[in-house]
Design a protein around this ligand. Structure first.
Ligand code: NAG
Ligand code: NAG
Ligand code: NAG
Ligand code: NAG
Ligand code: NAG
Length: 350
């Protein structure tokens, strides 16, 4: 008995060694890139705002937005409306070779002012989230959010809003079975992507079999200070060759549409979600926690732990506050451990 146990584990070791050395030469997965046309009916907000004509007008808006007890959003909100539109969403699907019909696919939503490359950042160094997911045998679907990366960039005030982002994510998930046969789907999101994912789950219930929200807390303690620190500039002025018709850019990083800033939701409670949930936030996340995520909130022993209050019926809730790490958790030296711990959680949650 004993010796056969040892033999089995040796052969298991040998197998994993072989597959690792193969993947070091050529990836044992295939990625494809394409546009997904989506037709959305989105709940948006009619805003009494026109595109800022110059930097001083934009800075004025950002300043008023960051005031303590700012009423700017209420002042410019005319009311709810419905947007019907067709968009082309740049997407990337990576699938491990031999992916089984009952396999796990991860659906990833990136944050504001960045694009899908967040998930492949550090490819080759052990820091890439997408590569870790693929090495765990999962497929991963990534895309550029509306208004960012290579996806369509419609009106940055009336169209690129959180309601549109939610509708686009729902349409992409509906479309996924036409691209890949899979058994289970896991949602994974970062920062503003997590805000979109919470709203999506609040609306749709068990749209994911398990969910991983990163760089998130229950409220955004550092949003005002964070926004003013971003050095937000008008896109068409900061980089006219790239963004001649857009509202603004966070210079050196990516696009951020005014419509998103003006329609951020108060997180809603996702009563209908009854699957497992993992929250992973860096202890020094400035945007979400004002730099200290270990502060208590109500009966919760940290700000990220309070996310549990939004998912009262989740079958399990796990929170991981990553030491000595900030907002872009996959760009810190702690990233390989964090990424592997997320894949391990997904493996045991499903
Ligand atoms: C989206 O709408 C267009 C017409 O606006 C239609 O031609 C197309 O088939 C629709 N696509 C989907 C996926 O429903
Ligand atoms: C929009 O704002 C302007 C002032 O900036 C105001 O005069 C106008 O009545 C507002 N329009 C609506 C529809 O609220
Ligand atoms: C990682 O980099 C390799 C080599 O450039 C490339 O073939 C592969 O597609 C990349 N993986 C992802 C997930 O982007
Ligand atoms: C995506 O983001 C990366 C990193 O911020 C940037 O270098 C790249 O230009 C962006 N791509 C597009 C199409 O915006
Ligand atoms: C979710 O929990 C609430 C109490 O927080 C309860 O009223 C509701 O019935 C539950 N819903 C489901 C689908 O279990």
């Amino acid at each position: 008995m004993r010796s056969s146990f040892i033999l089995t584990s040796f052969s298991a070791l040998a197998l994993s060694f072989i597959s690792q050395s193969v993947s070091a030469q050529a990836p044992s997965y295939t990625c494809s890139e394409f546009f997904v046309p989506v037709n959305v009916t989105a709940q948006t907000v009619q805003l009494n705002v026109t595109a800022p004509q110059d930097q001083s007008e934009l800075t004025g808006i950002l300043t008023q937005l960051s005031w303590v007890d700012s009423t700017y959003v209420q002042d410019v909100t005319i009311g709810p409306t419905t947007l019907e539109a067709n968009y082309k969403i740049w997407s990337q699907l990576c699938v491990p070779n031999g992916f089984p019909a009952d396999g796990i696919v991860e659906f990833a939503i990136h944050a504001s002012a960045i694009n899908h490359t967040y998930w492949t950042y550090g490819n080759g160094t052990g820091s890439s989230y997408a590569v870790a997911a693929l090495n765990a045998g999962h497929a991963i679907f990534m895309y550029d959010q509306i208004g960012e990366g290579n996806s369509d960039k419609p009106d940055g005030i009336q169209e690129v809003q959180i309601g549109t982002e939610i509708a686009v994510a729902a349409a992409l998930i509906d479309n996924l079975p036409s691209l890949l046969t899979y058994g289970k789907i896991v949602g994974v999101a970062h920062a503003h992507g997590s805000v979109v994912m919470i709203a999506l789950i609040a609306e749709k219930g068990n749209i994911f079999d398990a969910t991983v929200l990163t760089a998130i807390a229950e409220a955004t303690a550092g949003l005002s200070a964070g926004l003013t620190a971003l050095n937000i500039q008008i896109a068409s002025e900061a980089a006219p060759e790239l963004w001649y018709d857009l509202v603004q850019v966070q210079q050196g990083r990516g696009l951020l549409s005014l419509g998103i800033l003006l329609t951020l939701p108060t997180n809603s409670v996702a009563q209908g979600y009854t699957n497992p949930l993992l929250v992973v936030t860096g202890e020094h996340d400035f945007f979400m926690c004002g730099g200290d995520c270990h502060q208590t909130q109500g009966n919760f022993d940290s700000l990220p732990a309070a996310v549990q209050g939004l998912f009262p019926n989740a079958s399990s809730f796990t929170v991981n506050i990553v030491d000595n790490t900030g907002h872009f958790i996959f760009m810190h030296t702690s990233a390989p451990d964090t990424i592997n711990s997320i894949q391990a959680w997904v493996g045991q949650a499903l």
